[in-house]
Design a protein around this ligand. Structure first.
Ligand SMILES: [Zn+2]
Length: 122
């Protein structure tokens, strides 16, 4: 297996093992994954206007993007491949330029949500 190069991988340091494994699986599939945001302290989350009770503050969420790979393509791959992995509890939020993935605390089928650039539901 080749060396995995993930941009800003240090942002995963305080994320859960499931999130780390997930990002590495995406990177093995597509390459060039950029971690836009991983774990955030509550203070940092408030400072950047993150959602109250954001899963980023528990390390159970990650925002990623891949240059020249459409967010829908990444989300589709996740939906088709997620059943191979133990983290079937997940929510995939698709934004214009990145996707946010978080682990859900209760068992459920994967959820997918679409947002426009103003972060409203499509
Ligand atoms: Zn996020």
């Amino acid at each position: 297996m080749g060396e995995v190069m993930i941009e800003n991988e240090e942002k995963l340091d305080k994320c859960t093992q499931n999130i780390k494994t997930l990002v590495r699986a995406i990177d093995i599939e597509f390459g060039n994954v950029t971690v836009n945001s991983g774990y955030r302290s509550v203070e940092h989350n408030n400072l950047i206007g993150g959602a109250k009770n954001s899963m980023h503050t528990t390390g159970m969420a990650v925002d990623i993007s891949i240059p020249n790979v459409h967010v829908i393509k990444i989300a589709s791959w996740l939906l088709y491949n997620i059943k191979k992995y133990p983290w079937t509890r997940m929510s995939i939020n698709i934004f214009k330029n990145y996707i946010h993935v978080d682990e859900k605390k209760v068992k459920s089928i994967p959820e997918i949500h679409l947002y426009d650039r103003n972060n409203k539901w499509l």
